[in-house]
Design a protein around this ligand. Structure first.
Ligand code: DP6
Length: 330
């Protein structure tokens, strides 16, 4: 074994993953498509710990809480099973995004951890195998292994992984309205949706149709069509989530105000389309040449950041380790 460090970026889905067919293998009910970003990265170091009796985890300089520890240790068990090892490790991870606020930090987190851990345990995985491994940590993480626009095929345990899709160059204007941790996790909300929404089956079948249309639009380089499908699909997901018992609403009044402002921009000839994950922050899809103008127009509605397509998960050279909390303080 060796000490390794990897970096991965979050992704924002244009066709959303919302619902599992298999909870333990994290197989999605339908395929999805996203863009991996060039900002808000997670950097993760995995250190062999031959003297430890359990994994030890430090997230953003703090010991991980019980739930995080359980989830990360369960993921590391998959890596150990592949490697035929029982070695505990120390994981130190740093996010440049607020965790749990709808900016897909579990995607960058598990993509970085999968990449670092696979290398620490000296597994020789190709991009598809690495994407499949990341999926076992968090579904959307399988897309963050891939650079730029990625499709995640629903598939089965062997084939459910992400791969690159040809798409036009695009930007996203991220409008952060709330940095706090969301009240319900995606995982729990997804489970509640499948169990209680009367619209769930229609969501799954219409998502497959939207995905096919989206892949066509990407391959044709049809930005307008990509944008229209993105916004309508996001609104469908939020409508679906609101149809659970008890209902869950992730969008806040400020989020809805941004959707309205974006619609106004379109009426005035500036093409832009909104989407939002399981949280109140809104991400606006734009052509590269319109990014600045849209960012300026939305100024005042939240904290604005323009992002573009980013790299897939990657190993960092030796010497890039995330420092331990006490080293960080010294
Ligand atoms: C709304 O990948 O976080 O961002 O597989 O349970 O870990 P788990 O869920 P997760 O869900 C992401 C949901 C979403 C949509 C998307 O990214 O496609």
């Amino acid at each position: 074994m060796r000490t390794t460090t990897a970096r991965a970026y979050p992704n924002i889905a244009l066709i959303k993953y919302w619902g599992k067919r298999d909870e333990s293998r994290i197989l999605p009910a339908a395929g999805s498509l996203s863009m991996t970003l060039d900002a808000f990265e997670t950097t993760t170091t995995v250190v062999p710990n031959p003297d430890g009796d359990a994994d030890s985890l430090e997230l953003d300089g703090q010991p991980a809480d019980e739930e995080q520890t359980r989830r990360i240790a369960a993921f590391l068990d998959h890596v150990r099973a592949l490697a035929g090892s029982e070695q505990p490790v120390i994981v130190r991870s740093r996010n440049s995004v607020p965790t749990g606020a709808g900016l897909a930090s579990s995607a960058s987190g598990f993509a970085a951890l999968a990449t670092a851990a696979a290398s620490a345990f000296e597994l020789d995985l190709d991009a598809r195998a690495l994407s499949r491994l990341a999926r076992l940590g968090s579904g959307s993480a399988c897309r963050s292994v891939v650079p730029g626009v990625a499709v995640w095929h629903a598939g089965d345990d062997e084939t459910s992984c992400a791969e690159p899709v040809d798409a036009p160059d695009m930007r996203m204007v991220v409008v952060t309205v709330d940095r706090s941790r969301k009240p319900v996790s995606s995982r729990a909300a997804m489970r509640l949706t499948a169990a209680t929404s009367p619209f769930y089956e229609a969501w799954v079948s219409s998502t497959e149709e939207s995905l096919a249309a989206m892949i066509d639009a990407c391959e044709e380089g049809d930005f307008t069509r990509i944008g229209e499908i993105t916004e309508s699909h996001a609104l469908r997901m939020h409508a679906l989530i609101q149809s659970t018992t008890p209902p869950i609403r992730f969008l806040r009044p400020q989020s809805v105000a941004i959707f309205d402002a974006v619609e106004k921009l379109r009426e005035n000839g500036l093409e832009a389309y909104s989407t939002a994950d399981a949280g109140p922050n809104v991400v606006v899809l734009v052509r590269p040449e319109n990014a600045e103008a849209v960012a300026e127009a939305l100024d005042g509605l939240g904290e604005i950041r323009i992002v573009g397509p980013g790299p897939g998960a990657q190993l960092l050279p030796e010497g890039s380790e995330v420092p331990a909390a006490e080293e960080g303080l010294s």
